[in-house]
Design a protein around this ligand. Structure first.
Ligand code: PM9
Length: 461
């Protein structure tokens, strides 16, 4: 019998504990979203049916990770779990030194303060909210040097996180290499729709930056997902393991910030990894000011153990195939239904194109924020705005930044939901899409100074 047909993926685990979720009525959801000021971040999770706000810290840990939690060595200094974590980072990512932090933005804070001087420019493959803010707080200016295709939701380029080498070199020539402390490379690029960078492009970036003696800092939050997409799409990598590809990506960079709450399958944690001894010395001195001693940096011993195990699980082929497979399943279903989404489907979520779904709303009427609220009202599915609200204001002019992409992110937690949940989500998105003309825009009634998407409040126009 021919075995040529490609087999389906299935979750490489059995479920042994369940967490009931609450079903709500439309009236209850209306009250909840009113109280939350139309911001899905301000909803109580109890009022949410299927929670696709984020894949950050929302993964289900494995039995091995839970067992690891019982082996927590909660010593203030020199916990054995720190050494397990250090070993895992060296083995799976190849960086020489690590400084644990409570989560990714704390690592961004440290590296930004240590490397950026007032008036510097930091080129990168599209901004990320916390990363850019820490660069600005350190006196720098982020410059987007991603390829143009990344800003076009319809463009099916397989590596939309690639750097435009001309844009990068023009910036270096214009500002001078001494004004560029590092190039910031994210695997994958969140705000572009969970899109990967290719190894071919990263090698070119490495060559160019070496010419000018500029280091590369890697936001490795979803590096295993990026590696999987390289294996699937980049010629020459089809027979390499995820572990080999992850190591190769990391080897082309000098330092990394990690939010372990994503790829690495834990509910809290992060780290800064560096190869340079002098930078490490400074980082591990700075971490004691903001996070804790350099052998725990804001994490409990048990959390470091769960993270060390999570890192090893994150590069397993069956795991990552099922994880990304589930996201693609939802994405393809929405494409079949005719719903405008970012293409290709990314690795951690499906991104709805709010500009196309709500063409009657201008960007000032906050289409993505309005769409996320409408989806919650329809079914209790919670998503996240990734558009003009997330983009914040220009620090100099105080005007809104208007990103080309105005998206709602349906972010899939790892190992948490089933295909049946994805079907329910798709049906709700389809229903909202069919009634999109009825959706009204929103206006700000409260706006905090930093990372406004988390805490702003809105009213229906
Ligand atoms: N990402 C996300 O939902 C958490 C909330 S939004 C700020 O996607 C990248 C690529 C991230 C990321 C967080 C961080 C910060 C850095 N880089 O949340 O501080 O996606 O652990 O990491 C979120 P922490």
């Amino acid at each position: 019998m021919s075995n040529k047909k490609k087999r389906s993926w299935a979750e490489p685990y059995k479920i042994k504990m369940v967490e009931p979720v609450k079903m709500t009525t439309r009236e209850e959801r209306q009250q909840a979203i009113d109280e939350a000021g139309y911001n899905t971040f301000l909803l109580r999770s109890e009022d949410v049916y299927i929670d696709l706000l984020t894949d950050s810290g929302t993964s289900a840990m494995s039995d091995r990770q839970w067992a690891g939690m019982m082996l927590g060595d909660e010593a203030y200094a020199g916990s054995r779990n720190f050494y397990h974590l250090e070993d895992a980072v060296r083995k799976y990512y190849g960086y020489k030194h690590i400084v644990p932090t409570h989560q990714g933005r704390a690592a961004e804070h440290i590296i930004s303060q240590l490397m950026i001087n007032e008036g510097d420019f930091i080129p990168g493959n599209m901004y990320f909210t916390t990363t850019k803010l820490h660069q600005e707080l350190a006196g720098g200016t982020f410059v987007d040097v991603i390829i143009d295709e990344a800003h076009d939701p319809e463009n099916e380029h397989p590596f939309k996180a690639d750097i435009d080498l001309n844009k990068l070199e023009d910036l270096i020539k214009e500002k001078g290499a001494d004004k560029i402390p590092y190039v910031s490379i994210a695997t994958t690029v969140n705000m572009a729709g969970g899109q990967p960078i290719s190894l071919g492009n990263l090698k070119e970036v490495r060559k160019l930056t070496q010419k000018y003696d500029i280091p590369i800092v890697h936001d490795m939050t979803r590096v295993a997902e990026n590696a999987y997409l390289i294996q699937q799409r980049e010629p020459g990598y089809e027979n390499k393991s995820i572990q080999e590809i992850v190591l190769e990506i990391c080897s082309l960079t000098d330092a990394a910030t990690m939010s372990s709450k994503k790829d690495a399958l834990v509910n809290i944690g992060g780290f800064l990894a560096v190869n340079d001894d002098e930078l490490f010395d400074k980082a591990r001195n700075m971490v004691v000011i903001y996070e804790g001693l350099h052998t725990y940096g804001g994490m409990a011993g048990r959390d470091m153990e769960a993270l060390a195990i999570g890192i090893s699980e994150s590069v397993d082929y069956d795991h990552i195939r099922a994880r990304v497979g589930q996201v693609i399943y939802l994405g393809e279903k929405l494409v079949e239904m005719g719903v405008p989404v970012v293409k290709p489907i990314g690795s951690h979520g499906v991104f709805l194109d709010a500009k196309k779904i709500l063409p009657h709303l201008s960007q000032d009427q906050l289409p993505a924020q309005s769409l996320a609220a409408a989806l919650y009202l329809d079914s209790g599915v919670r998503a996240m705005e990734r558009g003009v609200v997330s983009a914040g204001r220009n620090p100099e002019t105080g005007e809104h930044n208007y990103p080309k992409l105005e998206l709602v992110r349906l972010t899939i937690p790892r190992r948490v939901y089933t295909q049946a949940h994805m079907d329910v989500v798709a049906e709700s998105v389809e229903a909202v899409y069919q009634n999109a003309k009825e959706i009204k825009g929103l206006k700000f009634v409260y706006e905090p100074e930093y990372l406004r998407f988390f805490q702003s409040r809105f009213e229906v126009l």
